[in-house]
Design a protein around this ligand. Structure first.
Ligand SMILES: [Zn+2]
Ligand SMILES: [Zn+2]
Length: 267
């Protein structure tokens, strides 16, 4: 049992559940490997579009985040393999700042994720998974849901190709996050074609895919990121799939795992 996408008490929009609470729960659940992937601090020159500006952790806490995890890694080495990482945002146009962060801390990291949460409209940036209202604002700004899907998958393809230096994360996070509110805003008919293009890119670049259970718990999504047919296609192409709970509280560990096709996840 491996979980490659877990948040922590350092998440400003998560819970204060301690590292130990997560780890003890993971051991109870039979985890063999777990990666803590806190949201990396956003680039300093980027303005977080969410009202509380709490999408990423504080830069001032990064050293402590890593050093605490290093201690726990040792302490629990007999129980499970604990890996240290970040969920790093890909924000188009901010590659240099992202690379600087990765170059500074990358040597201390084991396993990280690269995700797209932010899309630029004509008026402003949007965090597309923040709320239905922000999603709708992005959709209106871009000229419809089809345009938003195209922009999202284009950003994903750019993230896969982006030069972020030698410590660029090797795994692409929740590649269908744009479907989080799909019951409210129906996906364009040909959205799967966009997703398949992303898989081609991932394959070309030798990256892994986060097979994320969190969407199953979202009332307007109710499926994994990506859904099973896309995951099966990825697996058939030889792309490694790593289950991710995307837990923001200790009780979120293993969420959605019952909806994961366990025959195709990496142990
Ligand atoms: Zn989060
Ligand atoms: Zn995420």
């Amino acid at each position: 049992m491996r979980d490659g996408h877990i948040h922590t008490p350092y998440c400003p929009h998560g819970t204060l559940d301690s590292f130990r609470l997560y780890i003890e729960k993971a051991i109870d659940l039979g985890y063999k490997t777990m990666t803590f992937t806190e949201h990396a601090p956003l680039p300093e020159s980027f303005t977080d579009p969410v009202p509380l500006k709490d999408s990423g952790m504080n830069m001032a806490d990064v050293e402590r985040y890593i050093s605490e995890l290093k201690k726990l890694q040792e302490e629990y080495q007999k129980n499970l393999e604990l890996l240290i990482g970040f969920e790093v945002d890909y924000i188009a146009g901010y590659e240099k700042e992202t690379e600087r962060f990765l170059n500074e801390f990358g040597p201390q990291l084991d396993d990280s994720i690269l995700s797209v949460h932010f899309i630029e409209g004509n008026q402003q940036w949007y965090c597309i998974d923040f709320s239905p209202d922000m999603y709708e604002a992005a959709l209106n700004d871009l000229g419809g849901n089809d345009a938003l899907y195209r922009a999202y998958f284009k950003a994903l393809r750019k993230s896969i190709k982006a030069d972020l230096g030698p410590y660029k994360p090797r795994r692409i996070g929740h590649m269908t996050l744009v479907k989080k509110f799909q019951d409210l805003f129906a996906p364009p008919e040909d959205w799967e074609e966009y997703a398949f293009e992303v898989l081609e890119s991932i394959k070309d670049s030798n990256l892994q895919l986060d097979y994320n259970g969190a969407g199953t718990q979202k009332p307007h999504c109710k499926e994994t990121y990506p859904p099973s047919n896309i995951a099966e296609q990825a697996s058939a192409m030889g792309i490694p799939l790593i289950y991710g709970s995307d837990a923001h509280k200790s009780t979120g560990l293993k969420q959605g795992f019952d909806k994961i096709n366990t025959r195709i996840v990496m142990p």
